[in-house]
Design a protein around this ligand. Sequence first.
Ligand code: ADP
Ligand code: MG
Length: 723
Amino acid sequence: DTLAAATGWGADSRSGSAPTGPIPMDIEGIFGSNTFGMSEMRARLPKQVYKALCRTIEGGETLDPSIADAVALAMKEWALEKGASHFTHWFQPLTGSTAEKHDSFITPNAGGGAVAEFSGKELIQGEPDASSFPSGGLRATFEARGYTAWDPTSPAFIAETPAGCYLSIPTAFLSWTGDALDTKIPLLRSMTVLAEQATRALKLFGADATGVTATCGPEQEFFLIDQEFFYRRPDLVTTGRSLFGAKPPRGQELEDHYFGSIPDRVLAFMIEVERELYRLGVPVKTRHNEVAPGQFEMAPIYENANLAADHQQLMMITLRKVARNFGMACLLHEKPFAGVNGSGKHLNWSLGTESANLLEPGDTPHANMQFLFFCTAVLRAVDRHQDLLRAAVAHAGNDHRLGANEAPPAIISVFLGDQLADVFNQLESAGEATDSKQGGLLGLGSPVLPRLPQHAGDRNRTSPFAFTGNKFEFRALGSSQSVSFPATVLNTIMAESLDEMNTALEAELARGTEFETALRSLISEEIRRVKRIVFNGDGYNQEWHDEAARRGLLNLPTTLDALELLPQDKNKALFEKYGVLSHRELESRHEVALDQYFKTVNIEGETTADIASTMILPAAVRYLNDLLAAAERAEDIGLKARGLRGTLDKVNGLVDELTDALDALVAQNAELGGEDVHSKAYHVRDNVVPAMLRVRGAADGLEKIVPDDYWPLPTYRDMLFVK
Ligand code: ADP
Ligand code: MG
């Protein structure tokens, strides 16, 4: 009895009747009800087993394998009570999405019946055939073996369909040789080193240092269109974005969509998404209309980075799945429609102990030396590893968005805001900071309205990496991507930065310098060194590009520019030193990213050629034929047919343009561009992408004059205004 069924917004009903009354949402009752979380474990596990598990989950201690059988038994009983028949190890290969292979609990017994069984061994380790997952050369195809390993820190959950449900166990995925083939292993490793270095720093400050963890809160943007249109657009079905489509007379110009009232069908969809995610223990919090028509956003409350990454995958899966129940398709691509805003994913990131967020400045940041220390470490990390942050968001879809005046530029810089920028200026020039600008109160000129506290600085929407009060917001991520690698990079570069600052501080203390003095001079010195990374102005401006070049900041406009720098020595040394990725593992990620880029653009090139020659050209020819017949008939009876002839010329000209462009594209598609994945990737970027754009130019020109009833594809006008 989903909301979709109850409200009549079924798969093919666009005009479903309004619900008779809302279905109650018992948030407290359902939250986490489909997860085998701490309370379920406490209730079902022997005390000793539960305690041992807590030491791993909460204390980060090595998992005691002898408890596996007891956990498996309890987990199976819970899953059977929920109605599950199967289990799966759920993992995140380098494709950026998730993978699963289901096994039944069923074990036949002697009497011809069957019992449900699930052992500790099955819980801890799986052996999927790894040969069909990208490995970037880490594994030759004949070495097919791979393993999945239970991640006890992310709760197992029940995945539901109307026909039945199954137990899903979050796992890590590695090759037979022990190399990480997934995104979870490096993320967990990076969380460990970050915790080590942050704890070391906190000890210097004499502060409480228990359980430091990286925290992430990813905001998810997406488009919704009617499912009927989706299935009539082969480009959306195969590539996730429209490869054709003339700009509609009305796009986002009226600025009436952002934060507008959410259309009923969309709101019903969001509520159902929330209901499912609550059951899975995903703390979704915010929902609203985004800038482009048909574009929306949902965001959860932040969690530890590993959980946030798993939950972010569940969110994408749930959005896609639930949309269908409401007769819609959810598009997670970065740029489904040209000419209106694309979709991003803001990764809010911080680090904290059980009781305190380490990036919380308080009201007087100038006096909060511990905050300034951690904040300086971030600036330093971002300055040194601009290339890594840029590479972590580099993929084909994001190339349509970054730097396009709707998303952050491809230049990485940090926005600090007025208050912090001023504090750091004081530190830089005077070696100490003595005050913090304050916000005051805003009077609204009417006695009935409250006076509002004003923030000490304004927000900035154009920065790729912005300090937003008590966390940094990495805004360059694409909407379809996993947050794991960007979070891994942030954790690792921060660990390195803290490590080096800790070492410098410890050396100074060993020399007998007083703590405050050593700290202040370290921070001032570092700020002088890295201040070029701070930019508080408008990142969309051409002047910033010039200024950034003068400052020597990297500007890496496309995916391939950024990927080029990923395996450079600096990065190999960094990841190796902190045990996050070996050289081989880093190189494999580079290979996989190039391969994915090549394949994505290659598929787009083929799909463009397909649609242009089998759908668009025939439509244009039909129209041409009818125009010609009409003109000839008109002339037969002595009419001049000047308008008909003019239209005929125009259509004919565009058909010539289209066929020329198509020939060129087909030729480029047929070129392999070389043997290795590197040159193939450059071939598609430099030759296929421009050839596709030419085809699209001619096709979009035709769309504007070929009559609607000849045109084979739903138009932007049809698709963008979902209600
Ligand atoms: P905005 O981007 O409009 O400022 P919010 O303040 O609601 O929006 O925050 C956006 C996201 O940042 C949410 O997912 C929120 O949970 C997350 N967030 C808040 N504090 C932290 C933190 N300490 N670490 C990581 N993410 C955080
Ligand atoms: Mg935000």
